[in-house]
Design a protein around this ligand. Sequence first.
Ligand SMILES: *Cc1c(COP(=O)(O)O)cnc(C)c1O
Length: 371
Amino acid sequence: MGVQEQQLINEAFELNWIAPVGPHLQKFEQAVIKYTGAGGAVALTSGTAGIHLALRASGIKEGDIVFCSSFTFVASVNPILYMAAVPVLIDSEPEGWNMSPEALRTAFRKYEKKGMLPKAVLVVNLYGQSADLKKLKAICDHYEVPIIEDAAESLGATHEGMSSGTIGKYGVFSFNGNKIITTSNGGMVVSDDASSLEKIRYWSTQAKDPADYYQHSEVGYNYRLSNVLAAIGCAQMSVLDQRIEARRNVFRRYYEALHEIKGISFTKEIHGCSTRWLTTLKMNLSCFRDTPETIVKRFEQYNIETRRLWKPMHAQPLYTGCDYVKHADNQSICDELFETGICLPSSSNLSVEDQNKIIKHLKNFLAESKV
Ligand SMILES: *Cc1c(COP(=O)(O)O)cnc(C)c1O
């Protein structure tokens, strides 16, 4: 947080707009619209709430099928269960690690045969990078199925010149504390469909009908963002480009120091600009005795936090019953990524000194365990 965040919080207090209504909400939405080129936006309490309402706006009903990336954080998929719909989990592609167009095509063919086309495809843009949405969209357009982009981790990224989150019918951003910019907790849905956004705004504020008393004809939620948090969001939007630059610099320093080590490879930047929200890499396990599991433990001894990549949803106890469609018959990319990948510390405010320490340790671990 910077000085401007505090100033805008003070402004919200002075104006006494402390509820989930007030001028900073519009300003925050306008800032995201201007930055991404989206047609419209609704600020919400979380990205999870945004995915939930985008699914509802897509007309998902109980028992409907929704295709969703398997390689993701659980918050992408849980809203499908909130709608009592059925997730079908789709594998990743090997370069950028987001939804595999090959797997998506296979899934469409399979479910077309069953006469059960999905009502929506939830594409996740992970680790600061957009999925190959041009290809994915061509497939979805063919079947006339809308895309919801989970862009929680990719605000500020582009794909073929378009902003991540604006390529599908709906895009969802998150402003949770761990994201590239934050309002402590918060989210936003963007879309070019003004009437759907109006519905989303209505459901997010308890679905209060336009009457001068409390009348309700649909079930709603308490999902609207607080105006105080929106004030923080306005200030954060003005530093988004700096944060992206900082994260890309973190990536560049890791890459320059480590890319020549045999047996490791960094996520490729494909068809656009990644924010490098997290620097992520893959190990060739035949080159080292260490694995991501032991590397994370070794870093822990120096009080440095690293993490494995996402454990795929089809491997989660909660989702083991779901159908899972692989990239190729004999190849599950996201299972490989879970077995071989790690995230390195990537904060926008990571000092060069700290980063050099991380680099030194990682070089040592890999050299010591080389086979
Ligand atoms: C953070 C995140 C979410 C959820 O956003 P919240 O604002 O925390 O609800 C959804 N999907 C992905 C991929 C995320 O990283």
